[in-house]
Design a protein around this ligand. Structure first.
Ligand SMILES: Cc1cc2nc3c(=O)[nH]c(=O)nc-3n(C[C@H](O)[C@H](O)[C@H](O)COP(=O)(O)OP(=O)(O)OC[C@H]3O[C@@H](n4cnc5c(N)ncnc54)[C@H](O)[C@@H]3O)c2cc1C
Length: 387
């Protein structure tokens, strides 16, 4: 990193941190209790241009790199917020940018950059096939100038708060393709037209406030120009976006981890039991120190992965390792924070339990720890393929 880029990064951290201070713990706590979407926060972040960080300047974005985008999301989580409410726009947009037609990009990207349209929903997971994406059952069948979509998705986050959804569906039945990764296609659906006309969204209440839903398609008709790129190549487009997704989530976990470590330090210096601050006891101090070490180590891998990504170099191994290390480190730091706070770790008013629930997600989604280990085993270490 050059001096000027590190200065730029510090300025960016300060500016995002300042914006986040307008949304204190109480803001996130109240939303969590009501399971409500952080509408005002997302609007403020969008208006400030941060969610358009990765959109090139020619489309009205700021044309920054993935490193800068990751710093934005990290700072949101480090300030006690939850970037999960809006992170997907950053990585979903990449599919449109890389594989969309000139007309699609011109029509949509400036509106996303300007905040006129939200692209926050990504429809991949299905209830019966889960991680095994190639087996997904949702079908989009060509009929004249339209595709007719039938099927079901689950865990589709932010669908009720987005104008557009990137959907992956089968366009050629599995039995008719040579490779199981063939025959899947990606569509950009206008939710404002689709909902109520063949598409239904049902909220799913989860252990944290994540605005996630299940989605049903019942003869939903979508125009052919909603297809992104070539029909049948959707799985590859999906894979192309995964490294960015992994790195951005790793940065959020680093933000969470630092928040837990900072809170644990502050609390353990203030809380006096047996006539001494609890942080004076090495039984309390050492786990916090270890959590800090692991968060900082994970951050190095996240920086390495982001630098490779921004240089256009292969970074699949680093992006996956960053996601795994950061998700583990934030989860460890979360557990340490609960232990440090004792009973108060469970009290809603201290926010530890809320962030504990929020950061737990990243062991499972958007990709689970086992699937990352499997990627490393097979693609990095050359071990025999397991599935
Ligand atoms: C809150 C939330 C938000 C989400 N948001 C979205 C979203 O916006 N869009 C979207 O498309 N999806 C979303 N997801 C789905 C998420 O990506 C999946 O839950 C995740 O990929 C795991 O899939 P699954 O739940 O079907 O688990 P399964 O595939 O059923 O797997 C269950 C467990 O078994 C393990 N497992 C499975 N196969 C193997 C194997 N071969 N070897 C070792 N272990 C294995 C998995 O790692 C996992 O731990 C979200 C999920 C949650 C909980």
């Amino acid at each position: 990193m050059t001096d000027s880029s590190s200065e730029l990064h510090q300025d960016l951290r300060n500016a995002v941190g300042e914006l986040c201070r307008r949304f204190p713990d109480t803001y996130w706590r109240e939303l969590d209790a009501e399971r409500a979407y952080p509408e005002e926060f997302v609007r403020t972040l969008t208006d400030a241009g941060y969610l358009a960080a990765l959109i090139p300047e020619e489309y009205g974005g700021s044309g920054l790199g993935l490193m800068e985008a990751s710093i934005i999301l990290e700072e949101v989580n480090r300030a006690g917020g939850n970037a999960g409410a809006c992170h997907a726009q950053m990585y979903i947009m990449g599919t449109l940018l890389r594989h969309g037609s000139a007309e699609q990009k011109q029509a949509i990207l400036p509106k996303i950059a300007g905040g006129e349209l939200r692209l926050q929903a990504f429809g991949v997971t299905e209830p019966t096939t889960g991680t095994d994406t190639t087996q997904l059952k949702t079908m989009a069948v060509r009929k004249g100038d339209s595709y007719v979509v039938n099927g079901q998705k689950v865990w589709i986050s932010r669908a009720e708060h987005s104008d557009l959804m990137l959907l992956i569906a089968r366009t050629t039945p599995l039995e008719e393709v040579k490779k199981k990764t063939d025959g899947l296609s990606v569509f950009l659906i206008d939710l404002r037209q689709a909902v109520g006309n063949g598409m239904t969204i049902r909220p799913l209440r989860t252990m944290m406030n994540h605005a996630t839903t299940e989605v049903f398609f019942d003869d939903l008709e979508i125009p052919v120009d909603t297809l992104i790129g070539e029909e049948g190549r959707g799985f590859r487009y999906l894979i192309d976006g995964l490294n960015a997704e992994r790195i951005l989530i790793a940065a959020e976990c680093v933000g969470d981890g630092r928040w837990f470590v900072e809170r644990s330090c502050t609390y353990s210096k203030e809380r006096v039991v047996f006539n001494r601050p609890i942080g004076q006891n090495q039984g309390i101090q050492f786990p916090i120190s270890r959590a800090h070490v692991n968060v900082e180590a994970a951050d190095l891998m996240r920086i390495r992965a982001a630098e490779l990504f921004d240089d256009g170099k292969p970074c699949g191994a680093e992006a996956n390792m960053a996601k795994l290390l950061a998700a583990d480190a934030s989860w460890e730091a979360a557990n340490v924070a609960v232990q440090t706070y004792g009973g108060f770790g469970f009290a809603e008013d201290y926010d530890i339990e809320r962030k504990f629930r929020e950061t737990r997600l990243y062991q499972v989604a958007p990709v689970s720890t086992n699937l990352i280990l499997s990627f490393i085993g097979e693609h990095v270490l050359g071990l025999p393929r397991s599935f």
